[in-house]
Design a protein around this ligand. Sequence first.
Ligand code: TYM
Length: 341
Amino acid sequence: MTGAPQHKHLVFSGMQPTNTLHLGNYLGALKNWVKIQSEMPCLFCVVDMHAVTQDAGYGHPAELAQATREVAAAYIAAGVDVKRNLVFAQSRVPAHAELAWIFNCVARLGWLDRMTQFKEKSGKHKERASVGLYTYPVLMAADILLYKATHVPVGEDQKQHLELARDVAQKFNNDFAAPGFFPLPEPVIAGAGTRVMSLRDGARKMSKSDDSDYSRINLTDDADAIAQKIRKAKTDPEPLPNSEKGLEGRAEAENLVNIYAALADEPRAAVIARFAGRQFSGFKSALAELAVAKLTPIASQMRRLLADPAEIDRVLADGAARAGAMAAPILADVKRLVGFL
Ligand code: TYM
């Protein structure tokens, strides 16, 4: 018997507080969160336990705490409604870690061995990576399933992790004879910005860890920095094509068109129709203007919020209390199913 209520639709998503957020985080995830929150109840987590799996978050306590507040501020500044939805730090709800342990026993080594992000992040020296980095996708499955979330809005790079979460849910339901106990969470990968690439190299993802700040637009960049980065973005000598097909094999050009379409909330085809045959210099000016108009209000609002850290801490404490209350009956059911007295 299980006692926890199940929401018909419930959203869970999160971001790591390592460095500042960038345009990829915004277009791939955050922008879609703001949309989906009017359709379903949502939990938006700052995943600080994931952040300590790598050097960027591990061993820098003051920076981690500050980055956690900054990410929470970015959620709110981008339009997440903290009255209707929950914003909280993962480490403040210990049930995430408890469920992750049980899921460590559900997931198979072979599943984790296939994870491409671990391979990318651990690089050449796999044996020097933390054990936490290896089991990272298991903690992510726990984040989602702890609330029996049904929808997970993320960028494309998280697709494989979501598949693992579904496998964990299915195997748990099966192994503990609890059909349908955990829902199989759906990835929501939507819009033209699900895979924003580096502004310096169209073959690489825009990322917090890229050494070059010119590779990304940070959510905290001012208007001048945004315009300069777009002006310097790599392109090819050809003008914009007159069909989507004309972007094939032109990764940098395609990336800028995708960014424009995602920021403007327009289909790619409409953007191409408007700019067909134009030189990239003109297109870049239009893109810079659009990016400044969309992003600088978020940066200003973030600055206002961060001027009052006590208020952010209050929002996070309130979110954690509500998340903890939602998680408790589900974790109790899990423990009963597993046989923990
Ligand atoms: P993180 O912190 O790397 O990224 C946060 C979100 O931003 C998206 N994203 C991108 N989207 C498009 N283009 C890019 N270049 C780009 N870079 C990042 C990511 O897909 C993500 O949606 N494992 C997650 C955090 C996490 C999580 C969860 C997410 C932990 N638990 C549970 C959902 C549900 C991560 O590292 O995201």
